[in-house]
Design a protein around this ligand. Structure first.
Ligand code: B16
Ligand code: MG
Length: 218
């Protein structure tokens, strides 16, 4: 099997399913603004930044607002989301996460986070997986959202590796595009979804548990 020197993991949808809490928090805001927000619509927000997510939500509800109001709503949604995060623990990790992180670590593979979330430090700490990460690149350290490769290029750099020596594990199309633009190996983590929704990846797994069982990069 092809070997790698670095593994860069997206957070939401790869290591943990926080999408349902994003959904509940966005839905609460939508309902307050007088419209409904479906789980299907929530798919459009996966991997997208908080600011862009709000714009997509307001488009769905056909709501217009100035920048000041938008930032208050984004803050309000985040406060609600953070309340859910405070109750998170390691049982929320997706199948096989710690096994695969342990295996890669034992193989000497360097590990970085590459997430759009500004809440990544809180989530890693709630899940008790901080120790696996040699670098954490998240929404607090980047200026360009996926599909721009910035988040993953920063991850490779922080690990002291070339992009081509790293594999990126992603559940969003924007993330797969970012990884390929950055010159990395892209692994689509499809979960219960279909790999047709993630075109362009070099490998596909249902979960990190499947990556472990199939010996991906091991
Ligand atoms: P926050 P990822 C992304 O995480 C989520 O998929 C996306 O739904 C969210 O809007 C974004 O983080 C920003 O999150 O509001 O916590 O800063 O998939 O890049 O790990
Ligand atoms: Mg994701």
């Amino acid at each position: 099997m092809q070997k790698i020197k670095g593994a860069i993991f997206d957070l939401d949808g790869v290591l943990v399913d926080t999408a349902k809490y994003h959904y509940l928090a966005w839905k609460k805001l939508a309902n307050k603004l007088g419209f409904d927000f479906s789980e299907k619509d929530n798919e459009k927000l996966k991997g997208v930044s908080r600011t862009r997510s709000l714009e997509i939500l307001l488009d769905i509800g056909k709501v217009q607002a100035d920048e000041n109001q938008k930032s208050k709503w984004a803050e309000e949604k985040n406060e609600c989301y953070v309340e859910y995060l405070k109750k998170l623990d390691s049982t929320a990790l997706l199948e096989g996460t710690t096994d695969y992180l342990n295996t890669l670590h034992a193989e000497g593979v360097k590990i970085s986070l590459g997430s759009a979330s500004k809440n990544a430090p809180l989530i890693l700490s709630q899940l008790n997986i901080n120790n696996y990460f040699d670098a954490v690149i998240d929404g607090n350290s980047i200026s360009k959202a996926k599909p721009d490769p910035e988040v993953f290029l920063q991850g490779a750099k922080a690990l002291g590796l070339k992009p081509s020596e790293c594999a990126v594990f992603e559940d969003s199309l924007a993330g797969i595009q970012a990884a390929k633009k950055g010159g990395m190996i892209a692994v689509g983590v499809v979960g219960e979804g279909d790999k047709k929704n993630l075109p362009g990846a070099d490998f596909y797994v249902k979960s990190l548990g499947e990556a472990e069982r199939s010996g991906l990069f091991i």
